[in-house]
Design a protein around this ligand. Structure first.
Ligand SMILES: Nc1nc2c(ncn2[C@@H]2O[C@H](COP(=O)(O)OP(=O)(O)OP(=O)(O)O)[C@@H](O)[C@H]2O)c(=O)[nH]1
Ligand SMILES: [Mg+2]
Length: 456
């Protein structure tokens, strides 16, 4: 790039950066803060439940939190800023750079975003429903937005700009309205191409993956399937319906059978790598290929908007709160049942212990009463006499009885079941633990109910 062009680019960029910006609205900031505090609150309720060790071993706690608390709340937060994403099926155009993503967007919606044979799209571009045809809103990393004409926007294109200029360090995304009826139900995100060695555009693309309900993955069929494609499709698109767009289908300049065999080999490779995709479209450079692509892609998008359920972060969050509530109610019932069972078991253990100690007490009582008899005999019938006929027998009987009772006490003591007492202690401790958990469960449950009421 010559110095004059570079200078002109920097001057235009400076003018653009000095332009008037609109900061994020107060409502947006408050909405975002609300999402963050809601995320914290729900996570704390889950954390308190987790600490009581109530979830089963199979329950993957951190994965659950990431997928069912963080994810929906991040999407909700995003929809507060990007209101056009709400209740729309969001489709990401992704893949290697220069594979025709922007070309496809232009074709489908009669747009005129710049395309280039090298890496071109620098920041994620949302095409949304609306009537402001000739304006592009660019949003910087601080969330400030600025309206640009299409011409001003061309500074982001490499034909005019600087190859590898890190626009994504300044700008976050662009939004362009388009009045196509289909966009009432869907939003398209055209993303910067991946895997370039000259530029690093991957961050803005990887950042929007979580916002996409489905993905159109672009593959230039004149190249074979790359390891990079496989890696991102496997690792980052997991669980999202993916449609392949085979581009450059007429660039081979040969027969249909060569196109078919090229696609067949990529399809076999995808299958071998266990990459699931829902279907494919073919994009080319010739007018007839492009009109067929347009027809088929628009039909597919229409079908998708009819068939796919639009993701609702609010519904997902409610489901996560309901899940916790139902789980706690179940634990509450289970704990109450366990406490009832242990209460009975400890009562039975205590009864068994008491029964085993009863004969010891009986023998004790016998011994005491015989001894009292002897004392009585001495004090009354033998008062002042060494021996007297009746008292001698009475004393002998009492001594024998005391000896029997003492032996009985030894036997009864040996038969006393202390294990029952130990088991009783253990049972009581378990009961106390259940009771502690039950109290905590009730506390969390009442917080959950309060939160539900608040959110209604
Ligand atoms: N022959 C032919 N050319 C194509 C096809 N698709 C795109 N092109 C051309 O390939 C170049 C790259 O197309 P783009 O639409 O800019 O590609 P992209 O995927 O958006 O590229 P990045 O924005 O860099 O990720 C442009 O010159 C297009 O005109 C195709 O199917 N066949
Ligand atoms: Mg592009």
């Amino acid at each position: 790039m010559n110095e004059d062009k570079k200078l002109q680019f920097l001057e235009e960029l400076t003018t653009l950066l000095k332009g008037q910006v609109t900061p994020k609205s107060k409502e947006t900031l408050e909405g975002e803060a609300f999402c963050e505090s809601l995320k914290l609150h729900i996570t704390q309720l889950y954390e308190q439940t987790h600490r009581l060790d109530l979830f089963s071993d199979e329950f993957n706690y951190s994965e659950f939190v990431a997928s069912n608390i963080d994810f929906p709340l991040d999407r909700l937060k995003e929809q507060i800023e990007k209101t056009w994403l709400k209740d729309k099926l969001t489709i990401g155009f992704m893949g290697h750079f220069a594979t025709g993503k922007t070309t496809a967007l232009n074709l489908l919606f009669d747009e005129s975003f710049q395309v280039h044979q090298h890496e071109n799209t620098a920041i994620a571009t949302y095409l949304t429903y609306g009537s402001k045809q000739n304006v592009v809103t660019i949003v910087d990393r601080a969330g400030q937005s600025q309206e640009l004409t299409l011409d001003q926007c061309s500074i982001l294109d490499y034909s005019k700009g600087i190859m590898g200029f890190p626009f994504a360090r300044i700008f976050n995304y662009m939004v362009k309205e388009n009045s196509a009826k289909l966009l009432e139900d869907i939003t398209i995100i055209d993303t910067p191409g991946l895997f370039s060695k000259k530029t690093d555009h991957s961050a803005p693309t990887m950042n929007v993956i979580s916002s996409c309900d489905t993905v159109f993955w672009f593959l230039n069929i004149t190249n074979s399937l790359r390891d990079d494609d496989i890696r991102v499709m496997k690792e980052s698109l997991q669980g999202k319906p993916v449609y392949i767009v085979f581009s450059f289908v007429d660039a081979l300049g040969t027969t249909q059978s060569q196109v078919d065999s090229s696609i067949k080999s990529i399809v076999a490779n995808l299958k071998e790598k266990q990459i699931d995709y829902k279907g494919y479209l073919m994009l080319g450079g010739k007018a007839e290929t492009q009109s067929r692509f347009k027809r088929e892609a628009l039909n597919l998008l229409k079908k998708m908007s009819d068939e796919y359920e639009v993701y609702s972060p609010g519904g997902h969050i409610s489901a996560s709160i309901d899940f916790l509530e139902n789980f706690l109610v179940q634990c509450q019932a289970n704990h109450t049942k366990q406490i009832g069972k242990l209460d009975k078991e400890t009562d039975d253990l205590l009864d068994a212990y008491r029964a085993s100690s009863r004969s010891f007490i009986t023998e004790c009582n016998n011994c005491t009463s015989r001894f009292n008899n002897m004392v009585d005999t001495f004090n009354t019938r033998c008062a002042g006499a060494m021996f007297c006929g009746g008292a001698e027998d009475a004393l002998r009987n009492n001594i024998n009885s005391i000896s029997n009772s003492l032996n009985g006490m030894v036997r009864a003591y040996n038969n006393m079941n202390e294990e029952k007492l130990v088991d009783f202690g253990k049972g009581v401790a378990r009961m106390q633990l259940y009771q502690y958990n039950l109290d905590k469960i009730s506390e969390i449950l009442s917080e959950v109910k309060k939160l539900k009421e608040y959110l209604q």
